[in-house]
Design a protein around this ligand. Structure first.
Ligand SMILES: [Zn+2]
Length: 304
């Protein structure tokens, strides 16, 4: 009897250490809240992980609602990476029901952001977020999230620690290169003001010396305030802003209206809250969309 007990204890200890999710074919079952985090987890995990994003492709992720299958996936995963800070309260609530291997990759990386954007949102019918979650648009903050993903995967799958380290180093090197290119190409520009749809670009602006003027608050669901649209229209004319940016996962009416009123043109600046179907088909990734954002900023701000 004692021998059997030892075997059972050993077996359960082994099961607790290694990846245990049979549904993912022996791979570590990873659940990520949305695209940039899922992509980072895929890069760090490589062939050792099976990553599932809770936010479907082409869906705007703020305040994502979960179906019961999603909750089951969160509870059943070997590890969950998500973003707290009021970005997706339903995801955070389900994640908190787990007692281990649940990583808020944004913890300590996010703050109040742009106070006026938060205020714009608090004046709306949308529930108020006290933090600006959009850290992933600053590649140096993304590196910090990648570090957390690396540590998390090593904790659930110690046997492959060296592979996770090597994969993370490779992705981090690409993020550092991206950061260097943003710094260099945005160093000498005619203007610094960017007019955007929702206030997703505070961390990016802070990193590269830009100034964000957003139509809505930190969530795109907030209704634009007509007064704010009029202010933006004045600013565009006064400062010679050439471009009104829109994003592809939310309606672009405001951008067209502002452009028509001011003679500015419209262009895409992606908050990378998900890839569009077109981007998926073209094989785009966080890195390629960020590079397209950089090219759009260089055009709009007349950088030399
Ligand atoms: Zn957003």
């Amino acid at each position: 009897v004692r021998k059997l007990l030892v075997v059972l204890v050993l077996a359960s200890a082994l099961a607790a250490c290694g990846p245990k999710n049979d549904a993912s074919g022996g791979k570590v079952a990873v659940v990520a809240n949305f695209y940039p985090i899922a992509y980072a987890a895929q890069r760090v995990g490589g062939g050792l992980v099976s990553v599932r994003s809770l936010t479907p492709a082409g869906v705007e992720p703020h305040d994502l609602e979960l179906v019961s299958d999603d909750v089951d996936r969160i509870l059943g995963a070997d590890i969950v990476f998500y973003i707290g800070s009021g970005f997706q309260p339903a995801v955070a609530a389900a994640a908190k029901r787990r007692d281990h291997n649940t990583v808020d990759v944004s913890s300590g990386l996010v703050g109040r952001g742009d106070a006026s954007a938060i205020a714009a949102q608090e004046g709306s019918s949308v529930h108020s977020n006290d933090r600006d979650p959009h850290f992933w648009l600053d590649p140096t903050l993304m590196i910090k999230a990648v570090e957390r993903i690396r540590r998390g995967l090593k904790a659930v799958d110690k046997a492959h620690a060296a592979t996770y380290d090597a994969n993370a180093r490779r992705y981090e090197a690409q993020l550092r290169e991206l950061d260097a290119d943003f710094k260099q190409q945005l160093a000498h520009c005619a203007r610094t003001e960017i007019v955007t749809a929702h206030a997703a670009f505070y961390y990016l602006s802070k990193r590269y010396g830009l100034e964000q003027f957003a139509v809505t608050g930190v969530s795109p669901e907030a209704e634009p305030d007509p007064g704010r649209v009029a202010d933006l229209s004045d600013r565009i004319r006064r400062d010679g802003v050439t471009t009104v940016f829109y994003e592809e996962l939310v309606p672009r009416d405001f951008a067209d209206t502002l452009a028509r009123e001011t003679g500015a043109r419209v262009d895409v600046l992606s908050p990378i809250e998900g890839l569009t179907k077109k981007e998926i088909q073209a094989g785009d990734s966080y890195l390629t969309v960020m590079r397209r954002n950089l090219a759009a900023l260089v055009r709009a701000l007349d950088c030399s």
